[in-house]
Design a protein around this ligand. Structure first.
Ligand code: PGA
Length: 262
């Protein structure tokens, strides 16, 4: 399989930064990357702000012709109707949102999203022209009982149950024990599971689509460890939580090809 995948660095802000803060943040991030002459065709960068910030960030990206990508952190499985508090993928695509996280471990655990909910949300994203960033990963307990790959691979199979193999997706491998813990997986661990996920994709969507699909690693990614992950053949970027809230740190992660000796 020839690797033609453009790396993607995705910043998951979680429930941080209000809409005013988001404007200042995105402006500074874009300036910082511009100063560094960042080539977005070589490494794509995207921010995933809270829903209430999206319109402001969209307006800024559009007005200043910024090349940062825009993602949302969740969407409803339904398109419209009596779903108080939910946000439709239709609304997100109207705001030029390109990506949407689906099945983040915080939603799986705190909002009881099981594999069938995740599959329905992946289908909803596809219906509305959004690219789902499908998050999979094992807990520390799963790791002990089943090894690293079994749970993420099973979650990926389930997530893709309702979409055609032509659907564009991004996969994010995030071991739950590595999220927000400061304890990132090693590059070898990440590669092992990302390779298993790619093999699963070959079965599910075929060789060509599997070769074209980006698989990210997430879980305590920082400027100091990104280069080691990106050296692995099956790791095509990162989903970054905590470190995406620090402009210099996130810009440095985006600029990983310039890191030397890490
Ligand atoms: P972290 O979060 O980078 O803070 O570990 C990653 C994530 O939850 O996507």
């Amino acid at each position: 399989m020839v690797n033609t995948r453009t790396p993607l660095i995705a910043g998951n802000w979680k429930m941080n930064l209000d809409h005013l803060q988001s404007i200042a943040f995105v402006q500074k991030l874009a300036w910082s990357l511009k100063d560094a002459k960042h080539d977005y065709t070589a490494v794509e960068a995207a921010v995933f702000p809270p829903f209430t910030d999206i319109r402001s960030v969209q307006t800024l990206l559009d007005a200043d012709k910024l090349e940062l990508g825009l993602g949302a952190q969740d969407l409803s499985a339904a398109d419209s109707g009596a779903y108080t508090g939910e946000v439709s993928g239709a609304f997100l695509s109207k705001l030029d949102v390109r990506y949407v996280l689906v099945g983040h471990s915080e939603r799986r655990t705190m909002h009881a999203e099981d594999d069938s909910v995740v599959a329905a949300k992946v289908a909803a994203a596809h219906r509305h022209g959004l690219v789902p960033v499908i998050c999979v990963g094992e807990t520390a307990d799963d790791l002990e009982k089943h090894g690293a790959s079994a749970v993420p691979v099973a979650q990926l199979h389930a997530a893709l149950a309702e979409v055609p193999s032509s659907a564009e997706i991004v996969v994010a491998y995030e071991p739950v024990w590595a999220i927000g813990s400061g304890q990132a997986a090693t590059a070898e661990q990440a590669e092992q599971v990302c390779a298993a996920l790619r093999s699963a994709l070959v079965e599910i969507v075929g060789v060509d689509a599997a070769a074209a699909t980006r698989i990210l690693y997430g879980g305590s990614v920082k400027a100091a460890n990104i280069a080691s992950f990106m050296r692995e053949p099956n790791v095509d970027g990162a989903l970054v939580g905590g470190a995406s809230l620090d402009i210099d740190e996130f810009a440095s992660i985006v600029r990983f090809p310039h890191h030397v000796g890490t």
